[in-house]
Design a protein around this ligand. Structure first.
Ligand SMILES: Cc1ncc(COP(=O)(O)O)c(C=O)c1O
Length: 489
């Protein structure tokens, strides 16, 4: 029989063994459904398309489908084709999303830091930018591309970063990557290849930072943090340092001007590298914006920015502005990994920036988050006056020191009873000894309609009466280094 290939329909792989093709087809389909390989609701190819693909007569496939419909494995409804029946039980051991199952008791509110309000993602503007970008893109934009990223995006970022953060950027020194962590991990590898052994890291910070450094073979050396930010005097003979100078994560202070100066001096005098993580550089509220450190030593500083706070973490788009000497080794490392980030998202972001829609979105978001921050501080002051808020002059999170007598574990458990997810400062401490009991509250995360409820749960967690929980528990060293406090010190 001549084999015909239908263009319409969907692909389906089946192993047909034995001389009796119809029986083999039925058995193959039954097995695919009962094993869970074809999930409930999956649309099967039309009998004509599948017959063409398998080189069978159309009636053979139609008969097999009818038999499986009669047995309840499949459904055939006018207009929606043949599908796997919904009532087929999930096979044993086929756990649904482990993340969903691990979530435990239902949390209706979430004040964990790290994400912006993704429900406010500018979908319409993004779609418009994507349409324009794709319409204008040359054919070769969809081919393998420059590992540094699309030239359109690097040019847009160079202008944007120079304008908004004072970064000394030229497109040829920008490397677009899939998130800060990805870019940082590549940098660590490059540093290690170049002979670096130690990387200085702030003692509180993002969990993945020391993990990525160790994975690349760099030994961490810790920098303590006080009210002026990272103690740069402790840098010693580290080969490089990674830090969050504009808004320490998660304590929230800016690196004091004289420390910025000594940091630059340390780097330039010894040919060392500073990795400046400017993760929330766009969100400044009260004070005069702190510009990028990179501007003071573009040949010794890698500036790292991300779209994870301004747009959405799910985009996986970030950028490094690197000293000229690092471009080539970074590109070589990139070639061995995933080569480059997806070009359509890159072109879309370039168009979003170029058209001004990115600035407008950030300005709108900044206003919303500033109001949220003020409401959070006011509510805590009113309903949980013993909780102390700091680190709020910038960014999307606040540090909330707990009322006396309440530990992080107790606060987290109590919040969970209220349906609220929160994280304690201890989760971001790289050194073991805990010095203060605090929550890192991500006030940007809830969608707008859930913000009031989330704050009410937080104040109920921390408010009057919480001190009576386990009063006997000794509090360890309350309120050491303060960042910008609620009284805007
Ligand atoms: C300190 C810090 N740096 C960088 C990032 C951004 O990481 P990414 O770009 O990988 O999403 C985050 C996100 O939470 C962060 O907290």
């Amino acid at each position: 029989m001549e084999r015909t290939w239908a263009i319409s329909g969907v692909d389906l792989h089946l192993d047909l063994e034995g001389p009796r093709l119809r029986a083999a087809l039925e058995a193959g389909l039954r097995d695919a459904v009962s094993s869970g390989r074809l999930g409930p609701g999956t649309r099967l190819p039309s009998s004509r398309a599948l017959a063409g693909d398998l080189g069978l007569a159309r009636n053979t496939v139609a008969d097999a489908y009818s038999q499986l419909v009669a047995e309840g494995w499949l459904t055939a409804l006018q207009g929606s084709g043949t599908r796997v029946a919904a009532r087929v039980a999930r096979p044993e051991g086929d756990a649904r999303s482990p993340a969903a199952e691990a979530a435990g008791p239902r949390t209706r509110f979430d004040l964990r830091p790290g994400s912006p309000d993704v429900s406010a993602f500018p979908r319409a503007e993004w779609l418009r930018a994507a349409r324009r970008a794709l319409a204008q893109a040359p054919f070769d934009a969809l081919d393998y591309s420059d590992p540094r990223g699309r030239p359109e995006l690097r040019a847009a970022l160079a202008d944007y970063l120079a304008r908004t953060r004072g970064v000394r950027a030229s497109p040829d020194r920008i490397v677009v990557c899939s998130g800060f962590t990805h870019g940082f991990a590549l940098l660590c590898r490059v540093l290690r290849q170049d002979g670096a052994r130690t990387l200085a890291i702030e003692e509180h910070g993002l969990r993945t930072v020391p993990t990525a450094a160790s994975a690349a073979g760099l030994a961490p050396s810790w920098l303590s943090i006080d009210e002026e930010g990272a103690a740069v005097a402790e840098l010693g003979d580290a080969d490089a340092v990674v830090l969050t100078p504009a808004h320490q994560f998660p304590l929230g202070m800016a690196l004091a001007p004289r420390r910025r100066a000594s940091l630059v001096q340390w780097a330039t005098s010894g040919e060392r590298l500073i990795i400046e993580d400017d993760y929330d550089g766009e969100f400044r509220y009260d004070r005069h914006p702190v510009g990028a450190l990179q501007a003071h030593a573009p040949d010794r500083v890698v500036y790292a920015g991300t779209a994870s706070k301004t747009l959405a973490p799910g985009l996986r788009l970030a950028w490094l502005v690197v000293p000229p000497a690092l471009v080539e080794p970074l590109v070589a490392a990139r070639m061995l990994a995933e080569r480059h980030t997806g070009v359509i998202d890159q072109l879309t972001l370039a168009e979003l920036i170029r058209s001004g829609a990115y600035d407008r979105h950030i300005r709108r978001a900044r206003l919303v988050y500033r109001r949220r921050r003020d409401r959070l501080v006011a509510q805590l002051r009113r309903r949980a006056p013993e909780a102390h808020v700091s680190g709020i002059a910038a960014g999307l999170h606040a540090l909330v020191d707990l009322p006396p007598g309440l530990s992080e574990e107790q606060a987290i458990a109590r919040a969970r009873e209220h349906g609220l997810a929160v994280i304690g400062l201890a989760s971001f401490g790289h050194r073991r000894a805990r010095e203060r009991e605090a929550l890192v509250v991500g006030y940007a995360k809830p969608p707008e309609h859930a913000f009031t409820g989330a704050v009410a749960r937080l104040t109920a967690t921390l408010g009057a009466g919480t001190g009576r929980i386990n009063r006997g528990r000794a509090r360890r060293g309350r309120r050491p280094p303060q960042g910008q406090t609620a009284s805007r010190s």
